[in-house]
Design a protein around this ligand. Structure first.
Ligand code: NAD
Length: 476
């Protein structure tokens, strides 16, 4: 164990920021302007439940308004505090800049264990929290647009959207006040799985570059790679599911609140998820070895480690023992600044949070645009695209008839080619493009500068440069 002390989450983000800006040439004062959090609102409100008044504490932090609206999730967890919300808001600024989502950074949180409340109680609490934020424009389509995070999902976003609409009855853009809503309440196809899908696309892009794989001592494809995932919630479940079902990776470890599961032959992600839903945890799951202290699995041998639960889980106390050559930060801040130093020295490659989990905000951006344009993506062009494809198919069909046995269309070609892109296909295409382009911008810096030896510093350099340029354009 190191004698160094662990900084707080926000200090950790600041340390990483400082390391990057020391390599930049920013005008005096601008560096601090970008780093600091503009404002954090704390609210305490009461809700009458079970015959008594209960007081809840919530936060909404705005890190940077260089672009508006500002954007960032709302988290429900007992550990929520001002430091955490500010760290997460700062990460949102850098994340949005990196993936070119036109937002400033924000984040919110409520100190609550949602599992302790009935659905109707959670609705009352969420609506009251939303009321407190909306009346201060901390929920607003052009000012501040929340989204789901740990402990919240489509259901909470639908309540928030409805609460805002009740308070702003004539706002034609009311639905754009929050993203991550269910499809029937103004959501977009592919948002629920977007962050996990983004983790998959990020890994696919990383594995396209021999040089990058070599930096982690890896070769080949994602197929057969051993993956350990911490947190089988929204992000971890989708990432693990897509990697195992579509890329052939082997999920050899899953870590949850009550312990971890390990199986060198690969775990069935869907079966583990169903087990958790039914039994409340992973303990007792039949086709794996159960480890009571799940965090020990973070130190197991594997090719890719995906922390997808909480911040600070890889820290000074365990970083030295982490064996994974590649870590992709699906969660926000899972590796502390101190652990990051240790892992870098060991040669571990870390795909940083601000890039790795940006799939959520990317598809949230698409949802916000959909809400403002009041039309589903693909609605205008899909059938027209199909009609043009039909012309090509008809010509090929004619050729097929003339050529007899010497040539024929491949099986399934007709069906696949004819299908015009609907909203889901367009969302996936936009997300894939975003993840590829953002990765390329980071790796360009990583490989072209001698003083940049890791992807996190590269990510900060790219995003801080963009934020600085927008301040500059505003005359600051
Ligand atoms: P979630 O609430 O859906 O899932 C979190 C999972 O982690 C749950 O299954 C929970 O049981 C598990 N967990 C909690 N404590 C744990 C512990 N000590 N050890 C192991 N597992 C534990 O949350 P989520 O939306 O999947 O978010 C996870 C992380 O991803 C967070 O850091 C969040 O900020 C980040 N993130 C989420 C989104 C999104 O779109 N939901 C977007 C970007 C980043």
């Amino acid at each position: 164990m190191s004698s160094r002390t662990e900084p707080s989450f926000r200090e950790s983000v600041d340390l990483m920021f400082n390391r990057a800006v020391s390599l930049m040439d920013l005008p005096p004062g601008l560096e601090e302007k970008i780093r600091v959090c503009n404002a954090t609102y704390t609210v305490r409100f009461g809700v009458r439940l079970r015959g008594a008044m209960h007081t809840f504490t919530g936060y909404r932090s705005v890190h940077s308004e260089h672009m508006e609206p500002v954007k960032g999730g709302i988290r429900y967890a007992t550990g929520v505090n001002q430091d955490e919300v500010e760290a997460l808001a700062a990460l949102m600024t850098y994340k949005c800049a990196l993936v070119e989502a036109p937002f400033g950074g924000s984040k919110g949180g409520l100190c609550i264990d949602p599992r302790e409340y009935e659905e109707h109680e959670l609705e009352l609490i969420t609506r009251r929290f939303a009321y407190e934020l909306a009346k201060r424009d901390l929920i607003h389509p052009s000012q501040n647009v929340p989204a789901p995070d740990m402990g919240t999902g489509e259901r909470e976003m639908a309540w928030i959207a409805d609460q805002y609409a009740r308070m702003n009855t004539t706002d034609i853009n009311a639905k754009a006040c929050v993203t991550g809503k269910p499809l029937n309440a103004g959501g977009i196809s592919g948002r629920v799985e977007a962050t996990g899908r983004g983790v998959q696309y990020a890994l696919q892009e990383f594995f396209r570059y021999e040089e990058d794989k070599a930096a982690a001592g890896l070769t080949g494809k994602l197929d057969g790679k051993r993956v350990i995932v911490q947190g089988l919630g929204n992000v971890g479940y989708h990432a693990a599911k897509f990697l195992s079902e579509e890329d052939g990776s082997r999920i050899t470890g899953i870590i949850e609140r009550d312990g971890g599961l390990s199986n060198p032959d690969g775990l069935d992600v869907e079966a583990v998820r169903n087990w958790i839903v039914k039994h409340g945890g992973v303990s007792g799951y039949p086709d794996a070895q159960y480890v009571e202290d799940g965090a020990l699995l973070l130190e197991e041998d594997c090719d890719i480690l995906i922390p997808a639960a909480l911040e600070g889980v890889i820290n000074l106390s365990n970083a030295e023992r982490v064996k994974a050559p590649l870590i992709i930060e699906a969660a926000n801040g899972p590796v502390t600044a101190g652990a990051d130093d240790i892992l870098r020295k060991k040669g571990c490659v870390i795909i940083p949070d601000m890039y790795a989990n940006a799939g959520g905000v990317t598809v949230s951006y698409f949802e916000w645009v959909k809400n403002l344009s009041h039309i589903r993506f693909g609605r205008m062009q899909r059938r027209q695209e199909e009609a043009r494809h039909q012309l090509v198919i008809d010509e090929l069909q004619r050729l097929d008839n003339v050529m007899g046995d010497t040539w024929s269309m491949s099986p399934n070609f007709k069906d696949k080619y004819l299908k015009g892109a609907g909203e889901l296909e367009l969302v996936r295409s936009g997300l894939d493009d975003t993840m590829r382009v953002a990765y390329q911008s980071m790796r360009e810096v990583w490989h072209s500068r001698d003083d940049v030896t890791d992807l996190r510093t590269a990510a900060y350099l790219v995003s801080i440069d963009k934020v600085a340029k927008s301040y500059h354009a505003k005359g600051l």
